[in-house]
Design a protein around this ligand. Structure first.
Ligand code: ADP
Length: 272
């Protein structure tokens, strides 16, 4: 599903002394089935943006389209469209609560009015997608490793059959192998199942390796957006201009730092 965001503004506590503009004039187009990496310093507006896209925060102004339906947040008419967007918050395993893995994954689809048989199928399918062995279905989720628990939590979101999957730092706190496996799993969901993926990450390497489109937020605005190649080319140009914009220059310094050896940089080779 294509996502189109037009002139989006989000102000927390508007009209009070605590008013805080978290997003300013965001215009963004995410094509159907693409993999977007969303980056930006803490406080730049990433969580506000993904929650607004998931219909959990109502924009102060502006519009969001998911496919051909407008998402305005909150109202009953947007329920089907909100269902199309699955969101995994940071450390989603903290929200597990059922006594077995299968029951936990079934929680969301059960609320969707499916038959018991359909729910069981959704659970089995979701477990396959996240690479959890069927033998784990009657285990307590709390007896699993951290990485497996996170897979259970993500399976619970997939079992609701979203078309857009938003993940807020899904590799946080995992060891390097767990991180790699998690990203490969997400990449597979994107490639094989055609899910539109929006990955919030602080790691440039993750963003560059998996993102087809990078979006970098700075102080509630889109600072840079494009393919990894376009963004890095632009980042370099901006850093050479030595703009006196602290948050952006800091971000770009970080981009450039991370551009050094650790990346297999074929994607950054700019053929002029
Ligand atoms: P990020 O996810 O990039 O860290 P956020 O979207 O959480 O950024 O925050 C963007 C800005 O909005 C920050 O200045 C933050 O302090 C502010 N903010 C976030 N949530 C709230 C809230 N509930 N009330 C008031 N201000 C908020």
């Amino acid at each position: 599903m294509e996502i189109v965001i037009e002139k989006l503004n989000v102000i927390y506590h508007p009209g009070t002394p605590f008013a805080k503009q978290a997003l300013t004039d965001i215009n963004l187009r995410i094509s159907s089935g693409s993999f977007v990496a969303l980056m930006g310093a803490t406080g730049s507006g990433k969580s506000t943006l993904i929650q607004t896209m998931a219909g959990l925060i109502k924009p102060t102004s502006g519009r969001i389209w998911i496919g051909d339906q407008e998402m305005t947040g909150g109202s009953k008419q947007t329920a089907p469209i909100r269902r199309a967007v699955g969101i995994a918050f940071q450390y989603p395993e903290h929200q597990l609560f059922e006594e077995t893995v299968a029951k936990d994954i079934a929680f969301g689809p059960r609320l969707q009015g499916l038959t018991e048989e359909q729910v069981v199928m959704r659970v089995e399918e979701a477990m396959r997608w996240v690479g959890l062995s069927p033998s784990l279905k009657d285990r307590s989720p709390f007896a699993l490793s951290g990485g497996q628990m996170r897979r259970v939590a993500i399976a619970g979101i997939l079992a609701m059959a979203p078309q857009v999957l938003i993940l807020d730092e899904p590799t946080a706190g995992l060891d390097p192998r767990g991180q790699r496996e998690m990203l490969e799993m997400i990449e597979l969901l994107h490639r094989e199942r055609g899910l539109t993926v929006i990955l919030v990450t602080h790691q440039m390497e993750e963003a560059a390796r998996y993102g087809e489109q990078l979006v970098i937020l700075s102080e509630g605005r889109i600072a840079l957006s494009g393919t990894p190649k376009e963004v890095f080319r632009e980042a370099e140009r901006l850093s050479q201009l030595r703009l006196d914009l602290p948050p952006i220059t800091k971000l770009i310094a970080r981009l450039n730092q991370q551009l050094e050896p650790p990346l297999p940089l074929t994607i950054f080779t700019v053929e002029e």
